[in-house]
Design a protein around this ligand. Sequence first.
Ligand code: ATP
Ligand code: ATP
Ligand code: MG
Ligand code: MG
Ligand code: MG
Ligand code: MG
Length: 256
Amino acid sequence: MAKSKYEYVKQFERDDSLIPNTWLVIRIDGRGFHKFSERHQFEKPNDRRALDLMNKCAETVMTEIHDIILAYGQSDEYSFVLKKECDLYCRREAKILSTIVSLFTSNYVFLWKSYFADKELQYPPSFDGRIVQYPSDNNLRDYLSWRQADCHINNLYNTCFWALVHSGKTETEAENILRGTLSSDKNELLHSLFNINYNNIPEMYRKGSVLVKQEIDFKTLNQKGVEVIRKKKIVTILHVDIIQNKFWKEHPELNI
Ligand code: ATP
Ligand code: ATP
Ligand code: MG
Ligand code: MG
Ligand code: MG
Ligand code: MG
């Protein structure tokens, strides 16, 4: 096609290609979800439907973008790990990030009704996103440990906070009671005041959600109508510890 005299404006575009051979982590996070969760009357501290919806969106993103090998989600955030040799969009940062963020967001809206049948979406939600590159496997493991530790700390706090509020304390009173408390104090508070054993709270709330791809055999008919076995990858959801070595030993296919 003939070039127009305007074509030179392309030169103003920046090269944003990510360096080769590094793990790519895309983390997306709901924008203003404190307010969003209030406007949609999420159950506190954990609205199961909202988490299931987040997980379904992540599953769709992971199915669509083949280079994603692992995803980890909690609260209003999801992290997607792309393999080191990923060459999606020639590793152009804006292309990769904007595609994942918009795919996740459009799914969130598209699937809303399936998870909140009785609740109209009050306004269009949005997500922010960033890409971080990790040069070593250790850095990647530490990143994922950081997110899961964050999930644990927040969930323990929120479980105490909402138990206090649901028992009649004001939010300020609950904050004051919890100020300066250690993990052990919070476990004790749940046990003595509310007869809650924190370890019995669903694993999805305590550990977050881990998505991995599993290769399975499935039977199908080829063009001649003969039954053949093909392989395909399906996304599996787990609510397990990813800080200790056990998970990584059980998933050698991740190569981490
Ligand atoms: P920002 O735009 O800076 O991310 P934010 O309001 O989204 O602001 P976050 O730190 O991301 O702040 O926290 C998300 C908030 O959304 C949580 O604190 C919680 O109140 C709410 N939230 C997210 N998911 C759920 C859920 N499944 N159940 C109940 N509340 C939730
Ligand atoms: P890429 O993912 O690389 O952007 P693409 O298929 O979206 O691939 P584009 O160069 O963005 O390619 O072109 C968008 C195409 O979408 C157009 O070529 C046209 O076929 C179609 N399209 C977009 N808007 C309209 C419209 N309003 N009416 C008809 N066709 C449209
Ligand atoms: Mg934030
Ligand atoms: Mg947020
Ligand atoms: Mg968040
Ligand atoms: Mg296009």
